[in-house]
Design a protein around this ligand. Structure first.
Ligand SMILES: [Zn+2]
Length: 188
């Protein structure tokens, strides 16, 4: 029995980015992570944003490890706090086709302006990452819900509402970007 499977972590460095991972197979995904990160950093700069000088991506060894590290439900891909991005196992994200968009989404969170409301931060992160493009175009059922209430819904993590809440904030953020441009939307 392994008492502390996370003690042995691997580490890789790419410019200002450090990646740690537990599963040795995740090494095969490092190239994709670095590529997505570099593209995100370049695109963020074009919007007048810049990721912090040093960022660490910590890939969990498995879904339970991710849950233990973040307190998030297992169906969440990643979670960012300050300059640390915690993700599911990189190979698991890659197998589901989620690795590049997850890196882009979390890169946005590391660079987003301080003080923007949660709903807007999530909506802009999903617009920036391209996740919004894959959303169904059907109504979310939350069209009449106030922005502040959507903030609460995102925090509550109610599995029956979370998807719709993410979709709804993305619709609103994308609309704002269309109306005001990225720089206008970021000056909330
Ligand atoms: Zn997010």
């Amino acid at each position: 029995m392994l008492l502390a499977p996370n003690v042995l972590a691997f580490q890789a460095q790419h410019g200002s980015l450090t990646v740690t991972y537990v599963d040795p197979r995740d090494r095969q995904q490092l190239g994709a992570v670095f590529k997505a990160w570099d593209a995100a950093a370049r695109d963020l700069k074009a919007l007048g944003l810049s990721p912090p000088a040093k960022v660490r991506i910590e890939a969990a060894g498995n879904a339970a490890d991710f849950q233990a590290r973040t307190g998030e439900p297992v169906n969440i891909a990643a979670s960012t706090q300050g300059t640390v991005i915690r993700t599911q196992r990189l190979s698991a994200l890659a197998a589901r086709g989620l690795l590049p968009t997850t890196i882009r989404h979390e890169a946005f969170h590391t660079a987003q302006p301080a003080g923007i409301p949660r709903w807007l931060a999530e909506g802009l992160a999903r617009t920036f990452s391209g996740e919004g493009k894959a959303d169904p175009r059907t109504p979310t059922g939350l069209e009449g819900v106030a922005d502040a209430r959507l903030d609460a819904k995102l925090l509550e993590r109610d599995p029956t509402q979370l998807n719709a809440a993410y979709r709804e904030v993305t619709v609103r953020a994308a609309k704002l970007v269309r109306a005001r441009g990225w720089k206008g939307a970021l000056k909330w």
